[in-house]
Design a protein around this ligand. Structure first.
Ligand code: ACO
Length: 441
């Protein structure tokens, strides 16, 4: 899928010398340079030569793989997909072009795009038997719970594309996942409403088709507004990939054991669900509703700064972006456009903007470099589009599937790929004998 190329990371001129204070011996560690971003110290030989592991919970200083897909410069607020700035893609590209770019490394020609789009379009239908799976869930299940289950079950239906050593299988599985995810998401929504499932339509584009499956009924068609379709396209593009975040690393780790792609993506969906990750936009909306009015903002800002209070300003802060999140900038603009063009007066937007203003002037947020992230405004747009908050993270999963799949393919094709197996700093008891129950104190 990703054109196999030899490793791009080269040894730089620099190296690190570690001195073992236990015996005075030194170990020379090579430093590798990529095309962008910080250089990395290659610690692969460290354990063999020193008997020590590195320790980095949360991977704050650890590069887990070599990748050519997405680059982030968190200090400068840069996000590139295969070298292309996110702002340009969000403004000019179609989602299918971005999917092709992430999967194959280059923007498609017209002919390549037409073929790819047709291929995706003709994979959107689900095996009819899968409809029975939905009926096994409670109607009030969270749609992300349904997504984890149904996507995990795909491997039981599409085993003709689970041989990960076969590039054709990998390609078919990748296309199936990108194509079927909106269908599954819309079915999860319809199921929660108690409405009949709406089948995909091949004459509609990806975003329009998704909205059609969500909002049409057998009694009434849904005419997709171009404004909403454009906003949906932007949301999909902005969320399509984000290098080695928690859910993508989960997909890679699951896939490193040779697990099939459907199981790996289900693992990614489970990770994405957490409120510190993809669940944040749902949490932002809940938080804004809870705050309720401008005069209560200072109280919540105070709580967010209080070490003894677990409350955090949702939609603020990011592990990587320490200046601004370029996706948040596009999202804020889109939010104004959507609400303006729909003529919606959304008090939560006013509240969000005031909260952003107050937080950005507050020393706590300034010093800790906490800025609004992509999720701060996306919930407001999605709500204006008529999408319920329980579906926000589902939509994120739909958009991110292409990124997960591209990263999974890249990992499988990497000649240096090994099963992911971190080590630990053990602090439990040392070896001790078994004591019979009657003899225990
Ligand atoms: N509100 C208040 N304080 C915060 C916030 C916040 N939203 N985010 C971080 N902080 C504080 C922390 O308490 C910590 O303070 P300390 O140094 O005094 O202990 C400091 O800022 C650093 O925060 P960490 O949690 O260590 O940073 P980390 O990189 O681990 O976490 C994260 C990043 C999870 C995104 C965090 O900022 C957060 O929880 N934000 C709210 C949830 C959110 O919006 N998530 C969406 C992320 S974007 C995405 O997944 C698409």
């Amino acid at each position: 899928m990703n054109t196999p190329q030899k490793a791009a990371a080269g040894a730089s001129e620099v190296s690190f010398t570690l001195t073992d204070s236990r015996n005075g011996e030194t170990i020379e560690l090579p430093v590798l340079a990529g095309t962008e971003g910080p250089q990395v110290i290659d610690v692969r030989r460290l354990y063999a030569e020193s008997g020590c592991f590195t320790y980095d919970p949360g991977y704050t200083s650890t590069g887990s793989c070599e990748s050519r897909i997405t680059f982030i410069d968190g200090d400068k607020g840069i996000l590139l997909y295969r070298g292309h700035p996110i702002e340009e893609l969000a403004e000019h590209a179609e989602y299918m072009e971005v999917c092709y770019l992430l999967l194959y490394g280059e923007l498609p020609t017209q002919d390549q795009k037409d073929k790819f789009e047709k291929n995706i379009t003709y994979h959107t239908m689900l095996h009819e038997q899968l409809a029975y799976f939905f009926r096994g869930f409670r109607r009030d299940s969270h749609p992300m719970a349904v997504m984890c289950g149904v996507v995990g079950a795909l491997s039981a239906f599409y085993h003709d594309s689970t041989d990960i050593s076969d590039p054709k299988h990998r390609m078919v599985a990748s296309h199936r996942l990108i194509a079927k995810m909106p269908t599954i998401a819309a079915m999860a929504y319809k199921f929660s409403l108690g409405q009949p499932f709406v089948y995909p339509r091949n004459d509609l584009r990806y975003s329009e088709n998704f909205m059609h499956m969500m909002f049409a009924t057998p009694c009434e068609d849904y005419v997709v507004s171009p404004v909403l379709a454009r906003a949906m396209r932007r949301i999909l593009i902005l969320h399509a990939d984000h290098e080695q975040n928690a859910s993508t690393s989960t997909v890679r780790l699951a896939g490193s054991s040779g697990a099939n792609p459907f199981a790996c993506i289900a693992a990614g969906i489970a990770s994405l669900w957490g409120p510190a990750h993809g669940g944040a936009n749902e949490a932002v909306l809940k938080m804004l509703e809870e705050i309720g009015s401008m005069d209560r903002i200072p109280e919540y800002v105070k709580r967010a700064k209080d070490k003894d209070d677990s409350f955090r300003l949702m939609g603020f802060g990011h592990r990587v972006y320490k200046n601004f999140d370029p996706r948040a900038t596009v999202m804020q603009k889109t939010c104004h456009e959507v609400l303006g063009e729909l003529g919606v007066n959304e008090p939560l937007l006013e509240l969000a903007m005031e909260l952003e203003r107050i937080a950005l002037e507050d020393d706590y947020f300034v010093e800790k470099k906490l800025y609004p992230n992509v999720d701060f405004y996306s919930g407001i747009i999605l709500r204006a589009m008529g999408i319920p908050s329980s579906m926000f993270t589902v939509l994120f999963a739909v958009a991110r599937t292409v990124g997960w799949v591209a990263q999974w393919n890249e990992m499988i094709e990497d000649p240096l790929q090994k099963i992911g197996r971190p080590r630990q700093l053990y602090t439990g008891p040392s070896q001790r004998p078994y004591v019979r129950i009657g003899d225990r104190e």
